[in-house]
Write a protein that binds this ligand. Structure first.
Ligand code: OXD
Ligand code: MN
Length: 587
């Protein structure tokens, strides 16, 4: 029975039902009883596998198809009327043409299946940040995952009333045909369509599709920002908490930073780090002229391999109940394992493809992109402000990347405009694990390249325009935990010790410490980074704070090359900043 009388919702569901032709329609109400029944159905269909309920209460296991284990950027489209509005970094197709193509693929795709109707909210229902979505799907995995990753429930219908203001999401696994796999956004129609995939990043439509691609488009129209950023709070011994948001390309330890455990000397003094979010921030200007941020999600969709009690105990502890594990190793005792969890690969276990796994044959047991889906509230360091509808005030915005030599451990931009430039030139060097080629620079401005729902140059302009509206803007920084020595070893210890850098960042935000002005921005005086309790000498620190002008001149060439594709849309302010950098480097 329909759970709403909203005609916009009913008409759309009617149309999508006629198109996809499911055997039945089930309205999800968000109740635990209904989810329990659906999980049980998943055990029968085989979409889900029950795990050991004593050791992992409420946890289930899921495998996606072997050809369907990651986001598919080459099959992800932004379909707005004018190609120019999608920009050079997005795939585009004329919306009419794309609708026709997709309607052909969706036609009858749910025959013999159930269509689930999932009402969900990104951020707290009724809060100033809240945006609502409805996802129609034929996947039980999607239903149970959305119930972890978003706020699912009938209060969404109440909040919507008769309004047409919701994001329509249609997902069907169809035949999991790679050739017909499409993840498509129609920002002008508030619509997302995803077909022929069952992998989280492609099918949990609240996450990348809505909370970043569609939301970035909405933020541009409505003067707010949707960013690919973690949010954390640093509590000092006197109980004051200062917040920052940080953007990193993948493989830079974003989840680890979001859940950082400070070094012992900080903990002894009473410092704490609180996680508000690990992936996405929605940011608005508050009445006090500061930026206020919320995490619009309700759970973590983290990469499993490498997560251990050493690297990120808070993440691992988050997964011990009511979580979903996808494409990891399934042990005979009904628990799970992945590479990097510990040094004891299990015997008699099944690998991510469901085959008996022999750890000694050199193959990986878990897929490198295997995932956990865990309720944020399981996290031991989840911020008490996680559920605050007003969000948290940002003192700093931090950008970062993985650079062997170019970027110093940390530097601060001169002002908002320069900070936008710093975000726009963000880059990471590829590691051997990512591709065959090592050290290739990949630009990923604000870590938004795959997630910006409109023209990247308009997005930069939006950042610049927001700067003019924010009376008390956060300070903008860049960090690089990944400087290497001549043998390729990381110099900075990273992980919890990144706290030492965050402390300097916060001191800068509150004018509590000086800095040196350099060609690229403000750098710390080395003695201002606290090395207490760390086996790391000041000369090592100096070496990773060094700015090599020749490397930066080469960097300028790379930036110019990257900027070229944006043509005349490139904001003049960024051209000015690039020229200023060139000038500074020639002095
Ligand atoms: C993610 C990503 O899964 O950024 O969060 O790819
Ligand atoms: Mn992400």
């Amino acid at each position: 029975m329909a759970l709403t009388q909203n005609v916009h919702i009913l008409n759309w569901i009617d149309e999508m039902t006629k198109l996809t032709k499911p055997d039945k329609v089930v309205w999800i109400d968000g109740s635990e009883e209904q989810l329990e029944a659906i999980r049980n159905e998943g055990f029968i269909t085989g979409e889900l596998i029950k795990l050991n309920q004593e050791l992992l209460p409420g946890c289930v296991y899921h495998r996606s198809a072997p050809n369907d284990v990651a986001r598919v950027e080459d099959r992800t489209f932004i379909c707005c009327k004018n190609e120019e509005d999608a920009g050079p970094t997005n795939n585009w197709m004329d919306p009419q043409e794309m609708y026709e193509k997709l309607y052909g693929i969706f036609d009858g795709s749910m025959k013999g299946r159930t269509m689930y109707v999932i009402p969900y909210s990104m951020s707290i229902v009724g809060s100033p940040f809240a945006k609502y979505g409805i996802e129609l799907t034929d996947s039980i995995y999607v239903v149970v995952s959305m119930a972890i990753m978003t706020r699912v429930g009938t209060d969404v219908y109440e909040a919507l009333g008769d309004s047409p203001d919701f994001i329509k999401g249609l997902h069907s696994k169809a035949d999991l045909d790679e050739e017909k796999r499409y993840i498509v956004h129609f920002p002008e129609d508030n619509t997302i369509m995803s077909v022929n995939s069952g992998y989280g990043g492609n099918v949990l439509l609240g996450k990348k599709c809505f909370a970043l691609r569609i939301a970035s488009y909405l933020g541009h129209k409505e003067n707010w920002m949707a960013e690919h950023m973690l949010i954390l709070g640093i509590e000092s011994p006197d109980g004051e908490v200062r917040y920052l948001a940080a953007a990193f390309p993948s493989a830079c330890g974003k989840t680890n930073l979001a859940m950082l455990i400070p070094p012992e000397i900080y903990r002894e003094k009473g410092y704490k780090v609180w996680c508000v979010g690990d992936d996405i921030a929605w940011i608005r200007i508050g009445p006090d002229g500061r930026l206020w941020a919320v995490n619009p999600e309700y759970g973590f969709f983290g990469v499993a391999p490498g997560t251990s009690m050493k690297s990120n105990p808070n993440a691992l502890l988050s997964t011990l109940k009511n979580s979903i594990f996808t494409n990891v190793v399934l042990k005979p005792d009904g628990t799970v394992w992945w590479e990097g969890m510990d040094k004891n690969p299990p015997t008699d276990a099944l690998n991510w493809k469901g085959e008996l796994w022999d750890p000694s044959d050199g193959s990986k047991g878990a897929h490198p992109n295997s995932r956990f889906t865990a309720p944020a509230k399981n996290c031991p360091c989840i911020s008490p402000e996680f559920d605050n509808p007003e969000g948290v005030p940002l003192s700093a915005i931090v950008f970062g990347g993985r650079r062997a030599k170019t970027a110093p451990l940390v530097y601060q931009s001169r002002d908002w405009q320069h900070g936008v430039f710093v975000g726009s030139i963000m880059a990471s060097e590829t590691t051997a694990a990512a591709t065959g080629a090592v050290g290739v620079v990949r630009r990923d401005p604000m870590a938004m390249l795959p997630f910006c729902g409109y023209h990247m140059a308009d997005y930069w302009q939006h950042w610049l325009d927001m700067g003019k509206l924010i009376k008390n803007p956060p300070k903008i920084f860049n960090v690089n935990w990944f400087r290497t020595d001549d043998d390729g070893n990381f110099i900075w210890p990273g992980f919890g010790d990144n706290m030492r850098v965050l402390e300097w960042i916060m001191k800068r935000c509150f004018d509590e410490v000086d800095a040196q002005e350099t060609a690229i921005g403000y750098l710390p005086n080395p003695e201002d980074i606290n090395l207490e309790g760390l086996d790391f000498d000041i000369d090592q620190l100096k070496s990773i704070l060094e700015v090599d002008k020749d490397l930066w001149k080469a960097e300028v060439d790379g930036i110019e090359e990257f900027y070229k594709q944006f043509g005349t849309k490139l904001p003049q302010e960024l051209v000015d900043e690039l020229n200023k950098l060139k000038d500074n480097l020639s002095k």
